[in-house]
Write a protein that binds this ligand. Structure first.
Ligand code: FES
Ligand code: FES
Length: 167
């Protein structure tokens, strides 16, 4: 009986609740890409090395190839599609754009979500702290310096935004 092997999960993704029947073996990255059609989260190694699949799960950056969809039942997930507000890019996205922090873009969603967690926890990271935070995200194109520059610019932009909000 087909239904016997599936479980209903409800996951809030970018503020929208998505309920689906899934097999217990389905990974969160496949739930996002295949079940609800958000293909901005990429799959690379599927062995927790590359970080292309990184999303925020209840405010913690996770590699979504290491999480089962059933483990995320009831959780809040933020993907790259949830960062921009309409046509307005998130400051981290703007910074990657302005500093040329990407070439092919395959690693970029994961880099940006990992940066999001870093700047939530440490709004003014040093270069060493940035490199350490990103060491679980691999990039085959950029040589990393432009990504580090992007994170530094994102920190400045988000700092300025926070100051404006306090005024
Ligand atoms: Fe998840 Fe590479 S696809 S870490
Ligand atoms: Fe191509 Fe990072 S920009 S893998």
């Amino acid at each position: 009986m087909d239904g016997a092997w599936k479980k209903k999960v409800s996951i809030r993704v970018n503020g929208v609740e998505h309920s689906r029947e899934v097999e217990p073996r389905v990974l969160l990255v496949h739930f996002l890409r295949d079940a609800i059609g958000l293909t901005g989260t990429h799959t690379g190694c599927e062995t927790s090395i590359c970080g292309a699949c990184t999303v925020m799960l209840n405010d913690t950056a996770v590699k979504s190839c290491t999480v089962l969809a059933v483990q995320a039942d009831g959780a809040d997930v933020l993907t790259i599609e949830g960062l921009a507000k309409g046509e307005t890019l998130h400051p981290i996205q703007e910074a990657f754009w302005e500093c040329h922090g990407l070439q092919c873009g395959y690693c970029t969603p994961g880099m940006i979500l990992t940066t999001h967690q870093l700047l939530m926890r440490n709004p003014q990271p040093s270069e060493d702290e940035i490199r350490h935070a990103l060491d679980g995200n691999l990039c085959r194109c950029t040589g990393y310096q432009h990504i580090v520059d992007s994170v530094q610019l994102a920190a400045k932009k988000m700092g300025r935004k926070a100051v404006r909000r306090r005024r």
